[in-house]
Design a protein around this ligand. Structure first.
Ligand SMILES: Cc1cc2nc3c(=O)[nH]c(=O)nc-3n(C[C@H](O)[C@H](O)[C@H](O)COP(=O)(O)OP(=O)(O)OC[C@H]3O[C@@H](n4cnc5c(N)ncnc54)[C@H](O)[C@@H]3O)c2cc1C
Length: 488
């Protein structure tokens, strides 16, 4: 059999798109604005749109170090979930009393995203057909049952499927059972959503600057002062903290003064240094197949637009695209010593081979001579927090708010993250800002070398648990008791 990964492009499928817009120019002089937003992913763009919609007179500038959506927002799996808590069970363990509210606000968030996509005419292949969690080992059935019962207790709709029903939904004989939720997740093309939100923000009067990195934020009386550097020029396709952009000393420096600031810098070292210990970068790898032929598509037997994930600790997530590809990611969640974010981490042959092997084990009908090949293989850094959900911070007597830490479920939750950050900088007390989830910060990660040692130990224990019918060792049980963990 020919190598199904041979020649796969390292550009994320979504960014490899002829409709990708030309980059906007960088900042070209000092600026004073009402609101400055740092980061041009979903968090930054939703902040811009929500602020401009609420107050059309407000002057708003968004500063992006690389290009809009080059980072997590343009390279994720495109699962847009209503969950604000990285899944039901994680939320229930941490904020049991708040869970009904968090579920309602999460569903509202997904409805609002759908409405905004329609209102702004964003062509991002949005398909809201829910998701299917599958058990691929007997011990995982119990976990699905547990989630199902918890969902029903909370008044959520949830369908428990037997092996035959699950297999009929996506054509894999590896499924031993499944759990279906028909409304709580949409799949979409995330880069198209980024670009559509950017265009919508501009129509609302927001100015977007690309290639403009914020180096420092400082309290400056009534305002916040942001020192910037226009680094690599607007044509840079690389990321800000990649070393490539930082190495180019041809940038100009400008100052932005803003009455309010929202930081949506995700996994990158925050301009507010004290936030840095609260997230670590976890590299998550993804493959995309070439478009399936009619024959392969029929053999697959996965007709719906629902996303699928399996229920192991080291899980896979996968979905189809409107041009009949399969996007397949997850499993190895990798952490490198020193919170390494360098772009060379975006390809790792060993992980890509394991993912391809698991793909064909799930869908053997797509293997063999003339079988499916992968056209794209990439990775991205996930901003993992110890509680796996977003958290918010304030500084400079309330003039600055930051939100980050979504872990692997920020496509939908970033809109909520943005809304809360705006509540905070505008001094609004709302149902959202009253939440414990918003008021309490997570536990930080320890410094190196303890960080690397702790994460490595946890990763090994999780892999062992998957191989031992889900049995968690003493280390994992201790972390569970402390409400700490490592996930993607
Ligand atoms: C491989 C992968 C798969 C994923 N799959 C899913 C999924 O299927 N579903 C899901 O819900 N979530 C998924 N996620 C997570 C999701 O993509 C993120 O939670 C979400 O995109 C976060 O958006 P953001 O705007 O906060 O961050 P980002 O998209 O990372 O944007 C942050 C931006 O800030 C900029 N920036 C940073 N520092 C500075 C600075 N100092 N000055 C100026 N700009 C700066 C960066 O250049 C970057 O563009 C996945 C993530 C990865 C990496």
């Amino acid at each position: 059999m020919t190598d199904p990964l041979a020649g796969a492009s390292g550009v994320p499928l979504w960014l490899d798109d002829v409709t990708r817009p030309a980059p906007r120019p960088g900042l070209d002089g000092d600026l004073t604005v009402d609101l400055a937003i740092v980061g041009g992913g979903f968090t930054g763009l939703w902040t811009a749109i929500l602020a401009a919609e609420a107050d059309p007179g407000r002057s708003i500038a968004l500063l992006e170090a690389g290009t809009l959506g080059w980072a997590a927002s343009g390279r994720n799996g495109g699962f847009c979930s209503a969950s604000l808590t990285h899944g039901l069970m994680n939320g229930l363990e941490r904020w049991p009393e708040e869970m009904p509210t968090l579920l309602r606000l999460g569903e509202q968030t997904l409805d609002d995203i759908e409405a905004a996509i329609t209102r702004y005419g964003i062509d991002c292949d949005f398909r809201r057909e829910g998701d299917l969690a599958v058990a691929v080992a007997p011990w995982q059935l119990e976990g699905l049952q547990e989630v199902h019962e918890a969902a029903l207790r909370l008044g959520e709709k949830s369908e428990l499927l037997d092996a035959g029903e699950a297999q009929a939904l996506a054509g894999s004989s590896s499924y031993l059972g499944g759990l279906r939720d028909r409304r709580g997740t949409a799949v979409l093309n995330p880069a198209r959503l980024v670009w559509g939100l950017a265009a919508a923000a501009e129509r609302l009067g927001v100015t977007l600057y690309e290639g403009t990195k914020v180096l420092r934020v400082r309290d400056d009386g009534d305002r916040v002062r942001l020192d910037t550097r226009v680094d690599a020029g607007p044509d840079s396709a690389s990321g800000p903290d990649s070393g490539s952009a930082a190495g180019r000393a041809r940038g100009a420096s400008f100052t932005v003064r803003a009455s309010r600031v929202v930081l949506g810098t995700n996994v990158f070292p925050s301009p507010l240094r004290r936030l840095r210990p609260f997230t670590v970068p976890v590299w998550d790898h993804v493959l995309a197949t070439e478009p399936l032929t009619d024959r392969q598509w029929d053999d697959l037997g996965w007709a719906g637009g629902y996303g699928i994930s399996d229920a192991g600790n080291q899980f896979h997530y996968y979905r189809t695209t409107s041009d009949r590809r399969i996007v397949w990611g997850g499993y190895d969640a990798l952490y490198y010593y020193g919170s390494d974010l360098s772009p060379r981490r975006a390809r790792r042959e060993q992980t890509e081979r394991v993912l391809a092997e698991h793909f064909f084990a799930t869908f053997p009908q797509l293997a063999g001579p003339g079988g499916v090949r992968f056209s794209h293989a990439w990775a991205g850094a996930i901003d993992t927090s110890t509680r796996f959900t977003a958290f918010w911070s304030q500084a400079m007597r309330g003039k600055l708010a930051a939100v980050q830490g979504y872990t692997g479920l920020g496509v939908g939750a970033s809109r909520f993250g943005a809304q809360v950050a705006l509540d905070l900088v505008d001094g609004r007390e709302t149902e959202r800002t009253a939440l414990m989830m918003v008021r309490r910060p997570p536990v930080p990660f320890p410094p190196e070398p303890f960080r690397w040692a702790g994460i490595t130990l946890t990763r090994r224990s999780l892999a062992r648990a998957d191989a031992a019918d889900g049995r968690r060792d003493l280390w994992l049980r201790t972390l569970d008791r402390l409400g700490l963990g490592f996930d993607s």
